[in-house]
Ligand binder design. Structure first.
Ligand code: CP
Ligand code: NVA
Length: 304
């Protein structure tokens, strides 16, 4: 029997696998194999500790389009919420399901679940990583810029889960990435170390000045300043990130054909303004759509 494959971080796929997966996602987007149902007779669980619009809906729709069934599991409505262990939950659900997507606070919860599950586990966001988002992001960059190697990506904002997975995706695919963030809000140090050791790595730099990052960029990316679970830090973070907004003034420092990405949800007026979100440079809704296509390609690849 083949060993199951998980997707907990970008490193769970090789460069070659990511390239093939993006090619497949582009094919699926163009309508290829519409009537092929690789998930027929299969059930995929979606266990979410945090809210979600894109991840939940794109997975549910993607699973349906591939012929499978999705089952949404709210932690408050299953026995895990009353003290059943993660390990036992993983063992039991593996007897029914063919795969499971998890969105958790702690990344170690996903790792623990995956260690005890007999079926593929997909990270639908943890406090440390958001690898499914990074797949859609690189697909969008390929669609808009035609390549990844040598592309200059400026991530302006919080060095959070989204930034961590983007750094890993950049390191694997040869993109250069500049992170502009306030002191104390850098990406995870282990993520940075591992990425810098990757064979195909380009530049990975941390800057304080968002204009410096934007000036060099082919792609400008941002995310919310207050991630899910950080609500108590909201006022402090808003004041720290005040100068890190993606607005028209910042865009004036950038190349004319720069594309703007945001994983969404956007907090318009905080990390990004309306005029940038709605500008011709913005590819945020294509990026959101690409969640569906990349996740279908991922499910096809992992669920056997
Ligand atoms: N980008 C993203 O993961 O969005 P949701 O939180 O709506 O799933
Ligand atoms: N960094 C954000 C991403 C939301 C998709 C969060 O974790 O809330």
């Amino acid at each position: 029997m083949n060993k199951k494959r998980d997707f907990l971080s970008i490193w769970d796929l090789s460069k070659n696998e990511i390239e093939n997966l993006i090619k497949r996602a582009i094919d699926l987007k163009s309508g290829a194999d519409k009537n092929k149902c690789p998930l027929i007779g299969k059930s995929i669980g979606l266990f979410f500790e945090k809210p979600s619009t894109r991840t939940r809906v794109s997975f549910e729709v993607g699973i349906y389009q591939l012929g499978g069934q999705s089952i949404y599991l709210n932690p408050k409505e299953i026995q895990l919420g009353r003290g059943e262990s993660i390990a036992d939950t993983a063992r039991v659900l593996s007897r029914y399901l063919n795969g499971i997507v998890l969105r958790t606070f702690s990344h170690s919860s996903i790792e623990e679940f995956a260690a005890h599950a007999a079926v593929p586990v997909i990270n639908g966001l943890s406090d440390l990583h958001h690898p499914c988002q990074a797949l859609a992001d690189i697909m969008t960059i390929i669609e808009k810029k035609g390549r990844l190697k040598g592309i200059r990506l400026a991530y302006i904002g919080d060095g959070n889960n989204v930034a961590n997975s983007l750094i890993e995706a950049a390191a694997l695919t040869g993109m250069n990435i500049a992170i502009a963030c306030p002191e104390g809000y850098e990406p995870d140090p282990d993520v940075l170390d591992r990425a810098r050791g990757s064979k195909d790595v380009g530049d990975i730099i941390i800057l304080r000045n968002p204009k410096e990052a934007a000036g060099m960029a082919d792609v400008i990316y941002t995310d919310v300043w207050i991630s899910m679970g950080q609500e108590e830090e909201a006022e402090k973070k808003k004041s720290k990130f005040r100068n890190y907004q993606i607005n028209s003034q910042l865009l004036q420092c950038a190349k004319k054909d720069v594309i703007i990405l945001h994983c969404l949800p956007a907090h318009r007026g905080e990390e990004i303004t309306d005029e940038v979100m709605d500008s011709p440079n913005s590819a945020v809704f294509d990026q959101a759509e690409n969640r569906l296509h990349t996740e279908k390609a991922l499910l096809e690849f992992l669920i056997r």
